[in-house]
Design a protein around this ligand. Structure first.
Ligand code: PLP
Ligand code: 3DJ
Length: 403
């Protein structure tokens, strides 16, 4: 047994989260793609069966009240809240991240205009963003008559000014795994009199976010990565409590009305975070997510972060030891303060290398043009998985070099 295998064994033995893995449906595959689609929590199938067969099949329409369907968006929002550092009453679940980016960004521009006037004619967007955020920001800018200015997160402080209405940023970069400095960027945005909208897709469930503590204005995120809600599970929208009265949704629907069943012709927004809702919630997905969130019972996000850093440190160590010099180049920062819960390695022929890894039971993903991406979900990834992934990667790269 190699020294690193022994070390993996010791780290697994000391891992206070090791037992959580049993709550997931997993096999012998090393699954390092939870930053794209989280694994299935074992309690979800039984819960979904109950929702379908009893709540829908037998209770039918009564379930909107009796099974808590109607209030699910805010109830499940409150369940996500502690994981992202939010007090209750500020998060609603529903729609996709893309749709929530649209609601948040347009609402942010409207709030900036109502407090600072129309001179705020610019929206800043993370130039390295996951594409959907950029597309939506471009459309939001056109619809609100603003100019969209793509800048890297590092350029944001200098780009801010009295023209800035809102800034849309990613907490963790989907490709490089770089963690951006949410507290200081939010403070800089506020100092310029603008509003900060954060996309938490790659940080929620992997590290503490501190939405309330850092005064974030609006935030969105998906639930199918580190929150394990399942394919296409609904996203969420956070609106800071003291902004909720001013939150003017660009998608007001009957579910965001103060009196939805009044069926009135004129729109009066509901109080609080509820005004972020739009139409009928996607109950099957939403209640699967609610069951998935039960795995967080007794798990602290601080413990998750500590293990995430230990896993990514150990992966970098194993890659350094096993992979021949010069075959991969880590693009994820080494500094803990700048690292999310993934390791991205630049690699020649990355697409084919990832295919070979998947064939050998190590599942990560390939991101255009040359990145091998490995996501580490501390709830179910162990240190032996990490060692094996690096060992298989080294073997694949050595075999390719010999061909
Ligand atoms: C940072 C980020 N934002 C948005 C999305 C897409 O959101 P959705 O497909 O849920 O609209 C993803 C991943 O799919 C993402 O990684
Ligand atoms: N949402 C996805 C999907 O529907 C299919 C495949 C992948 C995804 C993803 O989530 C991709 C992910 N956001 C990424 O960071 O690349």
């Amino acid at each position: 047994m190699s020294e690193l295998m022994t070390k993996a064994g010791a780290l697994d033995a000391a891992d206070e989260l090791a037992a959580v893995r049993k709550q997931f449906v997993l096999d012998e595959v090393v699954y390092l793609d939870g930053n794209s689609l989280g694994a299935l929590p074992a309690n979800v199938p039984g819960h979904v069966e109950d929702v379908v067969l009893r709540q829908w099949g037998r209770l039918r329409i009564r379930s909107w009240d009796e099974s808590g369907w109607w209030t699910a968006p805010e109830r499940i929002g409150d369940r996500i809240a502690p994981l992202v550092g939010a007090a209750p009453g500020q998060i609603v679940v529903g729609d996709s991240t893309s749709v929530n980016v649209f609601k948040a960004l347009v609402a942010a521009v409207r709030m900036a205009e109502s407090s600072a006037g129309p001179g705020r004619d610019e929206i800043l967007v993370d130039a390295t963003t996951f594409p959907t955020d950029g597309y939506i920001a471009e459309s939001a800018a056109r619809l609100t008559g603003r100019t969209l200015r793509p800048v890297t997160p590092a350029e944001v402080p200098d780009a801010l000014g009295d023209r800035t209405a809102a800034v849309l940023l990613n907490h963790v970069d989907y490709r490089t795994g770089r963690l951006h400095d949410l507290p200081s960027l939010t403070a800089a945005v506020h100092a310029a009199g603008a509003l900060a909208v954060w996309d938490l897709c790659h940080s929620a469930g992997a590290l503490p976010v501190g939405l309330d503590e850092h005064g974030v204005d609006l935030a969105v995120g998906c639930t199918y990565k580190y929150l394990n809600g399942g394919p296409g599970s609904p996203a969420y929208l956070y609106v800071r409590r003291d902004l909720q009265d001013r939150f003017d949704s660009p998608l007001p629907g009957w579910n965001s009305h103060a009196d939805p069943f009044g069926m009135r012709g004129d729109f009066t927004p509901a109080e609080g975070a509820l005004r972020g809702r739009v139409g009928t919630p996607d109950i099957l997905s939403m209640l699967a997510l609610e069951a998935a969130l039960e795995v967080w019972e007794g798990v602290s996000i601080e413990a998750v972060r500590a293990k995430s850093l230990a896993l990514t440190d150990f992966f970098l160590e194993c890659v350094g030891a096993y992979v021949p010099e010069g075959r991969v180049e880590p693009v994820t920062p080494v500094a803990h303060a700048e690292r999310g819960s993934q390791v991205a390695l630049r690699c020649e022929g990355a697409g084919d290398v990832m295919k070979a890894l998947i064939e050998r039971g190590v599942v990560g993903d390939f991101r255009h043009p040359d990145v091998l991406r490995f996501g580490f979900t501390p709830l179910y990834v162990g240190f032996a998985d990490v060692e094996r992934a690096a060992r298989v990667l080294a073997r694949v790269l050595v075999e390719r070099a010999l061909r």
